[in-house]
Design a protein around this ligand. Sequence first.
Ligand code: NAP
Length: 531
Amino acid sequence: MSTENNFDAVIIGAGFAGMYALHKIRGLGFKVKAYERASDVGGTWFWNRYPGARCDVNSLEYSYQFSDELQQEWSWSERYSSQPEILSYAKHVSERFDLRKDIQFETKVTQLEYDENAEVWHGQTDRGEEFTSRIMIMATGCLSKSNTPQFEGLNQFEGQLLHTAQWPHTEVDFAGKDVGVIGTGSSAIQLIPIVADQAKTLTVFQRTANFSIPAHNSDMDKKHEARVKANYKEFRAQNSLQRSAIGMVPNPVSALEVSDEEREQTYEERWSVGGLPFAATFNDLGIDRRANSTAVDFVHRKIKDIVKDEQTADTLCPDTVLGCKRLCVDSNYYETFNRSNVFLVDIKQNPIKNITKDGLVTADKDYKFDSLVLATGFDAMTGALADISITGREKQTLASHWSEGPQNYLGLMVSGFPNMFTITGPGSPSVLSNMIVAIEQHVNFITNLLDFMKQTQRKTVETSEKAETEWVQQVNAIAAQTLYTSGCNSWYLGANIPGKPRIFMPHIGFPTYVEKCNEVAAQDYRGFKFS
Ligand code: NAP
């Protein structure tokens, strides 16, 4: 192997995590390279280009804060940014910080093996290339490995088969077509109103009804933008103090301590603001079933007000705890079911038996389509890591180490896998927080640690099994106090993937997590071992 392919650090992924990691690690004077399987930057926003794809975090928050020039010069056109705009932003960042020169696109890292003698990682790509690197940064993303359920006959479908997370780069025209959509998660809920507008007919196959809150998206309020930009630092600092690092104002009141009128009015106010803050209408919705059921009742009434057909409305009413799956945020989702060309099929009642060459068959009926959209989500948080064959110390594989669920310390390091860091992986606030804020915090922690190693001339860092076990226990203990683990089957628990170990993966609470990381760093990186 030529020395050209020997690096101080290799980053896998050039989404928002990989791009910022590249920028920061270059700043340490390291020889660094990023590999990315897509043909451009953007990660999840590169792949999820289905119609209606949009972020559910306010655009003034869902953006980097590491460069004040960047956040001042960029303008978002809407309250919630669309996928094309977020992708343009990612491209802008890559150009502004000249990142592309160190990213190799259309290259998937397939294998990583740790060489204990040389203390380096050996990597292989799907192009047959090899590399070595002292440090590995796994910026592989939480929602990057799409989930295609193994429906019988799927490969026999002769129409247009689409997956929301692998959407074509050319426009898909649904005009005059009969379309089927399987799934009613966030992706489907965004896509359905737009496809309904274009297609001849749209049939939605729902297994579990989801809670969706109106986005009330709008053009960016320029005065609001100017106010935020004038105080961006304070705005970011305030938001980082919130549990999800999102600027939602929590209401410090129990849903059970207010009168029926006050409760109803408070829900109405939140509903009219829209979006994820609905989950923070009262302070006990996430921990008390009785409190939660008041929110469930409110949303059920909203659905029944909006959807005219009684049976369709009933089918759309979720029978789970509100918020134990990520809330969906929509524009005209429930309203779409009032259209005469839109049909809802409850596949819990009548499961899909198989896909045919021109449609699908449920327990009670045959359906025919020109296009079938799988909006069936992701093998979240661990899927992209599991896609790479990773072997650490003593020939132990990550797959075997994680056979009963992901184990790591601070969501950053796995014992037996020296110098390998995960960004926003399981065990960190990650998907329960503003992802870009979480990414920056992780990358800053890692690069500070690498700088500390450089200054103190340490070559290797790893965590211990003890630190890892204690951390996983702590993450689970926090989750057990909430309705996340008992309220429903979610991808947070790995429950959407057959055979995946059921373990609550993200750490709940961004500020407490940051506090913990800061404490660890201040104590010479307690829980990490250096050599
Ligand atoms: P998802 O929430 O996992 O939804 C997948 C849907 O497919 C569910 O309705 C699921 O039903 C259904 N499904 C899966 N396997 C099935 C099977 N074998 N048979 C029938 N139905 C099946 O996936 P997603 O909608 O792509 O969203 C994933 C996450 O991405 C979101 O939670 C969110 O964090 C993120 N996202 C965010 C935005 C945004 O910012 N607004 C937009 C899109 C996605 P069950 O519920 O019964 O499993």
